[in-house]
Design a protein around this ligand. Structure first.
Ligand code: ZN
Length: 130
């Protein structure tokens, strides 16, 4: 038995990984999209502390249209950030820049009764070229 690879966190990530894998690459789903740059700022739940800022330029041929960003909180269960909708809507409306904020809906659990919401915050800026 592979006990270490079980548990709610692992199962959720596996399930989501499959959903990403089954989706079309960005280039195939959105023919009009020629370039995409993501700027991601990771904050804790107070929004005061920035934990990381990354700039990401996905390869549109490989990057999938179900677009998820992992929550950096290592104990977080069923959380993460899903930019799929934000991205699809930006492309649909031919926006060249979109920014927004998302709160992680996952939680941290030490026991099954004692859980704390994660509420990490992702601030994103998408720059799109057509
Ligand atoms: Zn989280």
């Amino acid at each position: 038995m592979y006990r270490l690879r079980e548990g709610p966190r692992f199962e959720y990530r596996e399930q989501e990984k499959q959903r990403v894998k089954d989706s079309l690459p960005l280039a195939e789903k959105f023919h009009q999209l020629k370039s995409l740059i993501l700027e991601l700022g990771y904050y804790d739940s107070t929004r005061q502390t920035k934990n990381a800022q990354v700039k990401y330029v996905p390869n549109l041929e490989n990057a999938k249209s179900v677009f998820r960003v992992d929550c950096p909180n290592t104990g977080c269960i069923r959380g993460d950030f899903d930019l799929t909708e934000a991205l699809a809507s930006a492309i649909k409306h031919h926006r060249t820049t979109v920014s927004g904020e998302m709160t992680c809906q996952g939680w941290m659990s030490k026991t099954t009764i004692n859980t704390t919401p994660c509420h990490n915050v992702l601030r994103y800026k998408l720059s799109l070229g057509y």
